[in-house]
Design a protein around this ligand. Sequence first.
Ligand SMILES: Cc1cc2nc3c(=O)[nH]c(=O)nc-3n(C[C@H](O)[C@H](O)[C@H](O)COP(=O)(O)OP(=O)(O)OC[C@H]3O[C@@H](n4cnc5c(N)ncnc54)[C@H](O)[C@@H]3O)c2cc1C
Ligand code: SF4
Length: 236
Amino acid sequence: VYAIENGIIEGAAVSGVSDKEHLRATPRLATNTDELLECAGTRYTYSPTILAFEEGILQRKKRLAFVGTPCQIEVIRRIQAVPLKRYSEALQVTIGVFCSECFTYEGFVTKLIQGKMGVNPSQVKKINIKGKILLTTKSEEVKIAPLKEAKEYVRKCLYSCTDFSAELADVSVGGLGLDGWTLTVLRTEKGEELFRKAERAGMIKTRPIKKEDKSILEMLLRSSKKKRENAARFVG
Ligand SMILES: Cc1cc2nc3c(=O)[nH]c(=O)nc-3n(C[C@H](O)[C@H](O)[C@H](O)COP(=O)(O)OP(=O)(O)OC[C@H]3O[C@@H](n4cnc5c(N)ncnc54)[C@H](O)[C@@H]3O)c2cc1C
Ligand code: SF4
């Protein structure tokens, strides 16, 4: 939001919701604050957000941000490495969201949320995964299901995925069980510069990691290690 309101970017490739299918993660090119905020929140199904980045290039945008999962950040870095000039010149900053797994729409939404949990996807306000699936409806009812119920609907992309915390992004963000805070990893000078500017402008509230947060950092390391070990088991 800070970057768009201060002309640092003209738009951001993000993931939004589909007008036709509720909870279907859908690529979106957000070009103003309202559009960005409409895309806040996590959809746990796969979003081909790279298509929104392409849309920005086709619209001849010169300054874009990319927000996505670790695998998508890797694709962006490959585009820069080739380099595909039009794409890499337009890219200003990448924000990666942590990702331990992602689910199929048919399994997670249709079979689990609609079928087993009995909630119409159009009535879902928020989904949180914190050891279990916490689903808040538009009438503020909270429905809970064990995470193991969703395991059969995990997308196969997980089997070859080694990156939990978007290690190639300029800035990586994740919940890691924190309440009301997002753990933010500043990974590059570019990412840190943007973050500090937003902080100085009062656009984000921050606090450093404290001693008591040791368990959060341990969780970050554990989740990263687990993802690598998982992939090693499947890929060999
Ligand atoms: C599939 C998936 C799995 C995740 N797993 C974990 C996890 O195991 N542990 C953890 O700590 N955090 C996980 N996260 C990250 C977490 O859910 C939040 O995205 C992160 O904490 C940022 O929250 P926020 O409130 O700061 O951002 P918000 O303001 O809510 O913005 C979130 C951004 O994520 C993007 N987004 C939403 N859904 C998708 C999607 N399906 N694919 C790509 N981009 C999307 C949106 O474009 C939005 O810009 C996961 C996110 C996704 C998408
Ligand atoms: S599990 Fe890996 S490959 Fe699958 S969506 Fe998450 S980051 Fe991408």
